[in-house]
Design a binder for this molecule. Structure first.
Ligand SMILES: O=P(O)(O)O[C@H]1[C@H](OP(=O)(O)O)[C@@H](OP(=O)(O)O)[C@H](O)[C@@H](O)[C@H]1OP(=O)(O)O
Length: 462
């Protein structure tokens, strides 16, 4: 009897050790497939790099998220504004990637092992029809996000609310967003083990692609070649020239062939192979950390001047989404006081260029010194770092609570609590937030902000 008990104990200890070793080795393996430059991919970065704990357990949640501000508080509404999941490159970048790959195959004389690997074992598998479509990993991004949010906010993201049509879905018309919403709904169905009752979604580009409807943005930024002057200046900066020179030397290709666009195409190949296939491909060995920091800054300059603080109209074009958010929160506050909350949850899916202007309008990630081509070295500590703000499936979550002392508003970015700029307390009273943004709430009129002045209109009519 004692012998059996001893054997049982030994087996239990051995199997526990086996589980620990397996988890350690699989976590180690997963981490070892992560390129050293994975934190510099900007808007082409994985969500997992922003929340590394998800690498070990994709359904892991931060318990503090679901803890109400105080025991007397009850969550009454949640709005989530989410970027689509991981996608294929756009056609523009697939063309560049193809050009660079053939340059390597036909011209490179370099002898690095990773270079031989690219030339002998890697095949160009991207095709132009992929054009930014959602990939399977991108569906998983949204399925898992839905499951985590349902775990964190079970009284709001619930079967009853889902089947009672109190969870509303709104999306950009782009296929990557429509497919992301469907994946989000699949995630909820899996979480609750319910059959495939595909939920409807509202396609609303006025909300999720407001930048396409803002004449002043289209005229002054989208179609204005000088709007991204700082990006162009940085592409011919010494920092970029040094990256080009180092890449040309590693590849043993003429420097004149290694343009900034070609270097970025190789950088994107590394980021897409990793984001789509979770492969640390030989493309990543082409870059050192210093190269990646320069290419990250180039992308941040593009986002800053096209979607962020660079031009006022970038953030003003998001006035429609800003007002829509606070209209929903106000409506919930009213419904809750006088009856049942009709819309417990709103899930809105858009793009990096949906989230960044809204974050800028609300004052998040505002560096004292503007990002320019000339201050790359001074901006190493910048807060406007898209790698940390808008990876695939990035999400802004606003949760409204009813508490004894009044309504409170919690804000989470990528499942991390954030304080509103200028309101240095977590879960502030909702009226404090409304007071803080009163100028925007009483102004920020989309039609007025986006109206072309007569002079501009005369030019655009010429
Ligand atoms: O460099 P690409 O062509 O990938 O740029 C895309 C945008 O991707 P991002 O710059 O954000 O990585 C894409 O944004 P997404 O959030 O939908 O991925 C945008 O919709 C697409 O039009 C391209 O932006 P661009 O400003 O037109 O280059």
């Amino acid at each position: 009897m004692r012998l059996t008990r001893g054997l049982l104990k030994r087996n239990l200890v051995l199997s526990a050790l086996g589980i620990i070793m397996f988890r350690f080795s699989s976590a180690y393996f997963q981490k070892s497939t992560i390129p050293a430059i994975a934190n510099y991919f900007g808007t082409k970065g994985r969500y997992e790099e922003v929340n590394p704990y998800l690498i070990d357990d994709i359904l892991s949640v931060n318990k503090s998220l679901s803890k109400p501000p105080s025991p007397d508080c009850r969550a009454i509404h949640l709005t989530a504004i989410i970027r689509h999941g991981t996608r294929y490159p756009t056609t523009k970048n697939i063309k560049r990637m193809k050009r660079f790959y053939s340059l390597i195959v036909n011209e490179s004389k370099g002898t690095y092992a990773w270079l031989r690997d690219i030339k002998n074992n890697w095949e160009m598998w991207y095709t132009e029809d992929m054009d930014g479509k959602l990939v399977e990993k991108g569906r998983d991004d949204h399925r898992h996000l839905a499951m985590r949010l349902a775990t964190s906010f079970p009284t709001l993201i619930s079967v009853d609310n889902f089947q009672g049509n109190r969870i509303k879905f709104i999306t950009s018309s782009k296929h990557r967003c429509v497919d992301s919403v469907e994946a989000f709904q699949e995630g909820l169905q899996r979480r609750w083990h319910i059959q495939d009752t595909r939920y409807s979604q509202e396609i609303n580009d006025s909300l999720m692609r407001f930048f396409d409807k803002c004449k002043k943005f289209i005229e002054n930024v989208d179609n204005n070649k000088t709007a991204l002057l700082e990006v162009d200046l940085f592409k011919s900066s010494d920092e970029m020239k040094n990256v080009q020179r180092r890449i040309a030397e590693r590849l043993q290709i003429s420097l004149s062939d290694i343009t900034p666009d070609m270097v970025e195409a190789a950088f994107f190949l590394c980021s897409y192979e990793f984001a789509i296939k979770t492969v640390n491909s030989p493309w990543c060995n082409m870059f050192e950390k210093t190269d990646a920091q320069v290419l990250e800054y180039k992308n941040d300059l593009k986002q800053y001047w096209k979607r962020g603080y660079g031009h006022d109209i970038n953030r003003k074009s998001s006035c429609s989404l800003f007002h829509d958010l606070f209209r929903r929160l106000d409506q919930t506050a009213y419904d809750y006081r006088f009856g049942q909350v009709a819309e417990a949850v709103t899930v809105q899916v858009g793009h990096a260029e949906t989230l960044l202007p809204l974050l800028s309008l609300m004052g998040f990630f505002h560096d004292e010194t503007p990002l320019t081509a000339a201050n790359f070295h001074a901006q190493h500590g910048r807060t406007f770092r898209t790698s940390q703000i808008v990876p695939y499936a990035a999400n802004l979550v606003f949760v409204l609570y009813d508490c004894n002392k009044g309504l409170r508003l919690r804000f989470l970015l990528n499942e991390k609590p954030m304080t509103f700029p200028g309101i240095n307390q977590p879960d502030p009273l909702y009226r404090t937030v409304r007071d803080h943004y009163s100028d925007l709430l009483h102004g920020c009129d989309f039609e007025k902000e986006c109206e072309l002045r007569k002079a501009n209109r005369r030019n655009s009519e010429l």
